[in-house]
Design a protein around this ligand. Structure first.
Ligand code: ADP
Length: 185
């Protein structure tokens, strides 16, 4: 099946702590928008980006900012060609997320705060990283030994400790439809 581009592409920017649910929501959005609706969708997952586009970058503020700017740059380019971009990266710093918003275009940028309390993320410990961060084995870990600046006015906020994945995805899609970015289903 050939994927359809939109007249106006856009970017869904998922930000939140490690283990908050960004990758899970990104995959579920891809399933709905690409597999079910046949739209051209690209997912920019932080972990994947760091093995290719940002290989070699670490977790200092400077390297984190560079990583996020790269994701913003590719999202900006592809958004111009009618692609839906889904960025799933912690993106802990507000200023750089705002830079991405400007680069992509504020009318094409949907910031989603994937919000789970730190305690929930620690309990989930999907990748076993919190245990290592808490014991000091991993330094500069967001939420433990590195800052996370939550969005002040995100387009959408999902509470993944209180909602199912389907509910969170439903809220994001509903916003995109109401903003005229997605045709109503
Ligand atoms: P991140 O990409 O933010 O590091 P992951 O998506 O890898 O986080 O992990 C999130 C975990 O939380 C998964 O195990 C997922 O099944 C679970 N989860 C529970 N409820 C939700 C929800 N509403 N949205 C997303 N993930 C959820």
């Amino acid at each position: 099946m050939e994927a359809k581009t939109l007249k106006k592409g856009f970017t869904i920017w998922l930000t939140g702590l490690s283990g908050a649910g960004k990758s899970t929501i990104a995959q579920a959005l891809y399933e709905e928008l690409h597999n079910h609706r046949g739209l051209a969708v690209e997912v920019w997952d932080g972990d994947v980006v760091r093995t290719h586009l940002s290989k070699g970058l670490g977790f200092s503020k400077e390297d984190r900012d560079t990583n996020i700017r790269r994701i913003g740059f590719v999202c900006a380019k592809l958004s111009q060609y009618g692609v839906i971009n889904i960025a799933a990266a912690i993106s802990p710093y507000r200023e750089v997320r705002d830079e991405c918003r400007s680069m992509i275009g504020p009318d094409r940028f949907v910031e989603v705060y994937v919000n789970a309390p730190l305690e929930t993320a620690i309990e989930r410990d999907v990748k076993g990283l919190y245990a290592k961060a808490l014991s000091g084995e991993i330094p500069n870990f967001t939420g433990i030994s590195d800052p996370y600046e939550p969005p002040l006015s995100p387009e959408v906020e999902v509470r993944t400790d209180l909602e199912t994945v389907e509910e969170s995805v439903g809220k994001i899609i509903a916003y995109c439809e109401s903003a005229g970015l997605l045709p109503a289903s």
